[in-house]
Design a binder for this molecule. Structure first.
Ligand SMILES: [Zn+2]
Length: 173
């Protein structure tokens, strides 16, 4: 018989919560995907989708490699997660991404019914979660995504800054 969390004695609960990986841990996994994208000369943004304390799917940005303008880390991750879980609705899942999602990706999170979004750095230019639009939390859509921002934001921003600094140094072709 499966053990339900509610049946676990109160004194053990805090210990069990400690054992569950933290948001910082999962963001570290998203950062690894950002680094892999960086190594492929892609804009270094990474994402992982977590369900039941396990990574279901993970990806970095792939727009250049796939020659696909929609191949943002979040979209590739959601597609893979839907395939793995055998469901286009990703109910109860949590998406971690290093940068605030754009309008396309925030819209996809709504379509997929993702429960929570955790992102690292803000994107004042194209972010569509807090910076503009507030797509994930707007009242008139039929689904809202719980949002936590700023997790390991300095590291998430640093890898992007490093990428664009290096790119500016390259001679123009
Ligand atoms: Zn996007």
């Amino acid at each position: 018989m499966p053990v339900h969390f509610s049946t676990i004695p109160e004194e053990i609960k805090p210990e069990m919560e400690e054992l569950a990986p933290s948001d910082e841990f999962w963001m570290g996994e998203a950062l690894k995907e950002a680094q892999l994208a960086f190594d492929q000369q892609e804009v270094p943004i990474g994402a992982v989708l977590v369900f039941d304390n396990q990574i279901v799917a993970r990806s970095g940005n792939r727009t250049l490699r796939d020659q696909d303008p929609t191949a943002h880390a979040e979209i590739v991750t959601l597609r893979e997660a839907a395939r793995v879980l055998g469901n286009h609705r990703l109910v109860g899942t949590k998406l971690y991404v290093t940068l605030e999602p754009c309008a396309m990706c925030a819209g996809a999170l709504i379509q997929a019914r993702v429960a929570s979004l955790v992102y690292g750095a803000s994107d004042p230019k194209a972010g569509a979660v807090h910076s503009h639009f507030e797509i994930c939390t707007t009242a008139f859509l039929n689904h809202r995504v719980e949002v936590l921002s700023g997790v390991r934001d300095l590291e998430c921003a640093a890898i992007l800054q490093q990428f664009f600094r290096a790119r500016r140094k390259q001679p123009l072709l």
